[in-house]
Design a protein around this ligand. Structure first.
Ligand SMILES: C[S@@+](CC[C@H](N)C(=O)[O-])C[C@H]1O[C@@H](n2cnc3c(N)ncnc32)[C@H](O)[C@@H]1O
Length: 305
């Protein structure tokens, strides 16, 4: 199992997502001889998991069943152990699109945090790209390295335990894109510029407060970045329900005289009845603020042509 390649069968050491419902999942590491307790009973790793197909239905000791899913970055984001605030898939999808990430991209990221975004970046840039991720909290950097190894993506990522605002990303002129999720991104813009390719590249900074956005935009302008644009991505979940609606009033009966349908074709019952239909309504209020995403482009460095 790897986060960047699909495997058919579950093996010792794999991470498996135990799916008990859309809002009830947990990640487990498969170890022969180990057991995992669920509300449906025990799952025995040796007999119930190892050698089974990813996606199978597994019956637990109390007779209930769960699905055993192959991990994906999306499933990891909603199941990972939180060491920090994390980015969720709605923002991650836009970051991936707007940074123009693709297989082979070289990307810089800081801070690594809990590695939620890192896993999505890695899946997108595999098999030939590379992620340089910088985290100044030593235990978080250590834990991220360990997870990348367990998830078989460590060949695609370099974790540096340093302050990105002081020491930068540790590379010069090779990145296609830079992503910042730190409290003072404006202090890292010069380092981002240095890390990006001489022919240019894309930058994104995530900040929850508009004052942080303002300072970052000023720093981006000072360093010659172009196409600066800030987005807030809101997930609008529509509520699907059944409603009863009165039939529309098409006016007095004589109006039917000109139509192909005559009044005798329409029964009084039809005219007076309501229709039952399925409808979807958006929420009246949106309490979904995560943060602002500020994107910009570094233009080609004229001096290096
Ligand atoms: C909100 S978390 C990042 C979460 C990450 N984007 C994710 O999706 O899991 C911010 C991280 O940045 C780190 N950090 C803050 N300032 C930093 C700096 N100057 N250099 C390196 N890391 C920094 C913090 O230690 C923290 O782990």
């Amino acid at each position: 199992m790897s986060f960047v390649e699909y495997s058919e069968l579950i093996q010792e050491g794999d991470v498996v997502i135990i799916f008990m419902g859309h809002d009830s999942m947990m990640p487990i590491k498969v170890q022969s001889g180990a057991q995992t307790q669920t509300r449906y009973g025990v799952i025995r790793h040796s007999s119930d998991l190892i050698g089974q197909r990813f996606g199978s239905k597994v019956t637990c000791s109390k007779g209930g069943w769960v699905y055993v899913l192959h991990p994906t970055p999306e499933l990891w984001t909603i199941n990972l152990p939180h060491r920090t605030q994390i980015l969720y898939t709605t923002d991650i999808a836009n970051i991936t699109l707007m940074l123009e990430l693709k297989p082979g991209s070289v990307v810089c990221e800081s801070g690594t945090g809990s590695g939620s975004l890192s896993h999505s970046i890695l899946r997108t840039i595999a098999p030939t790209g590379h992620l340089h991720t910088v985290e100044f909290h030593s235990q978080r950097a250590e834990k991220a390295m360990q997870e990348f190894k367990e998830h078989k993506v460590s060949h695609l990522v370099t974790v540096r335990n340093q302050d990105v605002c002081k020491d930068g990303f540790g590379i010069t002129g090779v990145a296609d894109a830079v992503f910042l999720d730190i409290p003072s991104p404006w202090e890292a813009i010069s380092h981002a510029k240095k890390a990006l390719k001489y022919k240019g590249g894309r930058l994104c900074s995530f900040s929850p407060c508009i004052e942080q956005v303002q300072r970052t935009c000023e720093a981006l302008l000072d360093h010659g970045f172009e196409e600066i644009c800030t987005l807030e991505v809101l997930l609008r979940v529509h509520d699907v329900r059944t409603v009863t609606l009165p039939l529309p009033d098409f006016g007095p009966e004589e109006y039917y005289a000109d139509s192909t349908q005559t009044t005798s074709d329409i029964s009084q019952e039809d005219v007076n009845t309501s229709v039952i239909c399925r409808t979807a309504t958006p929420p009246r209020e949106m309490a979904g603020h995560t943060g602002y995403l500020t994107f910009s482009s570094k233009p080609r460095d004229q001096r290096c042509e």
